[in-house]
Design a protein. Sequence first.
Length: 104
Amino acid sequence: MAREKFQTLTEQMFYTLLCLKEECYGMDILDRVPQMTDQRVRIGSGTLYTLLEQFLEAEMIRETKVEGRRRSYILTEKGKQMLDRECVRLEAQLRDYRLTFGKE
């Protein structure tokens, strides 16, 4: 059985959506993600633009401006809800880890 799309988010997906809390262009996202993650996460431009198209189709983001080839995007309520669900999932994983290894 195929996994439902966006059931969970990869780091690249998560940080792309997180960047779009504020309106920005794709190139802004490419710059912001490494800054947000202390260079731990990077997104290739091909990956980013594929994700942006998928997020648009899923109505998790919306396009706000088009200036030639430059497009800007912002998070929708549906995208915010996905980020919220992912945070709950990640917190549950961290809780399970701490319980398993006896860490508070």
